[in-house]
Design a protein around this ligand. Structure first.
Ligand SMILES: [Zn+2]
Length: 332
């Protein structure tokens, strides 16, 4: 799975600019499903017809987009000001290498006289090494997007670090589930959504168009096993986390139960996640059209939205088996 994750991570896809990652996923998943298509917003769907007597519409969603920046202004000296796309942690992004869609490289840095405690989006600029505004304009234009450079490294045991693990790891889980599911009791829609990081926008339209009976979003969660963190039950390596609630959703008990019984059957460890705030695509899946039975799997993750997000691939593998098991679950 490491090589496949790396492939998904290296394909760029800042919110609103997901074409590149979408085409990579589309090509890779096509052999395992019946149909691959996109919609007006750019959401990518991979559909597999169920063979059950009374198939339900089951939708899985993982977002393809990642946090990043959009060029908003080029100054006389050729430095770029950027608008943030999604929840950028500027303390984490400061002094990083950035990469544009066309491969151009730069660095994102704060104004020289700004102390770390005063980091705000407005004090940051991107230096692409241009000598002047004209020189810069030959290489980038207003509206181009860039991201902190992608990376994936192996840590001890089954752990990996890099970016954007959020949420290419979820995309990987959907892909692996499509690849390994043996029984399709349900009509399954593997949906790779756009613009999650700027407000779960692609999930809203894709869930409306699928109108699922059952839905599961897959995204990164937190981890309560790092020094000095707030009390939090979920730990890395403890198994995939089944979401109970976050700031935007209360998951349906029926879906929580369905996940638990697949996990028991497959002998896969799970943990339960209760988040005070925040949200993922799940809330939109739940509320689309007349609503559906929705739940979520969260990959325990340290240092989310930094360039060194850390996950345990054993948690990921367990999550894949739960998704594959749901494909073959007969919902009553
Ligand atoms: Zn995410």
């Amino acid at each position: 799975m490491f090589a496949q994750l790396k492939k998904f991570i290296y394909a760029p896809g800042v919110s609103g600019d997901e074409g590149n990652i979408a085409s990579v996923i589309a090509a890779d998943i096509a052999p395992y499903v019946d149909r691959v298509y996109t919609d007006a917003m750019g959401n990518l769907y991979a559909f597999k017809k169920g063979t059950g007597k009374h198939p339900k519409k089951l939708m899985f969603a993982a977002h393809m987009d990642e946090i990043g920046f959009m060029v908003s202004f080029i100054d006389e000296k050729g430095y770029l000001r950027v608008s943030k796309m999604g929840g950028i942690n500027f303390n984490a992004a400061a002094f990083s290498e950035v990469e544009f869609q066309n491969g151009l490289r730069g660095v994102i840095v704060p104004d020289a006289r700004t102390a770390a405690k005063d980091f705000r989006p407005e004090v940051f600029y991107v230096d692409i090494g241009a000598k002047s505004k004209k020189d810069a304009e030959r290489r980038v234009k207003i509206g181009d997007t860039c991201r902190v450079a992608p990376k994936l490294i192996r840590l001890a045991g089954s752990r990996v670090a890099g970016r954007p693990i959020d949420d290419r790891i979820g995309c990987l889980m959907l892909f692996e589930a499509a690849k390994t599911a043996k029984v399709y009791e349900n009509d399954v829609y593997f949906v790779f959504t756009v613009q999650e990081e700027v407000g779960v926008r692609g999930a809203k339209t894709s869930a409306f168009s699928v109108a699922p009976d059952y839905a599961v979003a897959v995204d990164i969660g937190g981890a309560g096993d790092v020094p000095n963190c707030a009390p939090f039950e979920v730990v890395l390596g403890g198994g995939i986390a089944v979401k109970l609630k976050d700031g935007m959703v209360i998951c349906h008990k029926k879906m929580i139960e369905a996940m638990k019984s697949v996990a028991d059957e497959e002998n896969v460890p799970i943990q339960y996640e209760v988040l005070e705030s925040g949200g993922t695509d799940t809330c939109m899946l739940q509320q689309a059209a007349g609503g559906c039975v929705a739940g979520a799997l969260s990959i325990p993750t340290r240092y989310g939205h930094s360039a060194v997000e850390v996950v345990d691939m054993n948690d990921v593998a367990g999550g894949v088996r739960i998704l594959a098991g749901l494909c073959g679950t007969r919902f009553e």
